[in-house]
Design a protein around this ligand. Structure first.
Ligand SMILES: [Zn+2]
Length: 311
């Protein structure tokens, strides 16, 4: 794998979240993600990106257009790209040292993230996106965030996609025993979710890609995690930008806000939910999600693919 291994830097891991969060409340789900301290602005409904195309009606409509109108209709919101030159950075969330959430069966989120990101990388490269870069960062949590953003910026990536798996705030955790070990789970929530930051310098394009990813997840038959729109989540509540597909804003996430290219974070599914953990652990689910992400990248790179790709 073309993993970009980054040097660890020694900064105390303890309390890293408190360092960067305004709130100093007990460690919860959001400890998985580092945020910068500026409070989120109020929810603002974002307009939907270009809708998905089922091939038939769009094909008919395209065929009825003259050359000028056709060009306009097919004009991508983002520049049409050459897949062989288009560089997407697949950021493996967390590090071997700071592994993120722990699954119901005590497997580190980092392992799930790495396996899924590697599968996405394979699929993208198989589709001609030869410049796809898997970003595996070493070291402790907080410095790793700065390093992964710097790496993506230095790579002059066209797109940044951070891969994560979801858990719940501590207050929802229940006890069970797995393989003789006291363990924690919550079967209350499940599903994927897609996050963007309105602080990203190219929020509009970030949202456009997020919409494509979420649309493809939904098209794969997956359901999004609805709890982030609910007050019960407390400070983990986030504005829902698209209630059909599950795109949320998470404005202060460092990897989404400080990257100099459009950036999206995918929570692929819950690993604290006992049933969903088993699914997320399967090659079949990794294939489904990888296919969805790959379709989203192809569509982002060339919106004509959405219309003509099925032909
Ligand atoms: Zn995570």
């Amino acid at each position: 794998m073309a993993a970009l291994v980054l040097l660890p830097i020694e900064v105390s891991d303890a309390g890293w979240l408190q360092d960067i969060l305004k709130s100093s409340s007990k460690q919860g789900k959001s400890s998985k993600h580092a945020t910068s301290p500026k409070p989120a602005s109020s929810a603002k409904r974002a307009s939907s990106a270009k809708p998905a195309a089922s091939s038939t009606p769009h094909t008919v409509r395209v065929a009825a257009l003259g050359p000028a109108a056709l060009n306009a209709a097919l004009k991508p919101a983002a520049p049409t790209c050459d897949p062989s030159k288009f560089r997407i950075v697949l950021d493996v969330g967390h590090t071997a040292k700071s592994e993120g959430a722990l699954s119901a069966r005590n497997v580190a989120e980092f392992d799930f993230n790495r396996r899924l990101a590697e599968r996405i990388e394979e699929k993208l490269k198989g589709e001609g996106f030869a410049e796809t870069r898997l970003l595996v960062t070493e070291g402790k949590a907080r410095p790793s965030l700065v390093r992964r953003v710097a790496a993506a910026n230095d790579l002059h990536a066209n797109l940044f996609l951070s891969i994560h798996h979801d858990s719940v705030p501590d207050k929802f955790l229940e006890n069970w025993e797995f393989e003789g070990k006291k363990s924690h789970f919550s079967d209350r929530f499940s599903g994927y979710s897609v996050f963007v930051s309105r602080g990203n310098p190219d929020f509009k394009t970030s949202l456009q890609f997020a919409e494509l990813v979420a649309k493809e997840m939904k098209a794969e038959g997956l359901q999004y995690a609805q709890q982030y729109a609910q007050p019960i989540m407390g400070r983990d509540q986030h504005p829902l930008l698209n209630k059909e597909t599950g795109v949320y804003s998470y404005d202060q996430l460092i990897v989404l806000k400080t990257t100099r290219m459009p950036a999206v974070l995918l929570e692929a599914g819950s690993i604290i939910n006992r049933d969903e953990e088993l699914k997320m652990d399967s090659p079949e689910r990794r294939d489904i999600i990888s296919s969805g992400v790959t379709a989203a990248v192809k569509e982002f790179c060339d919106p004509r693919w959405a219309i003509l790709g099925a032909l």
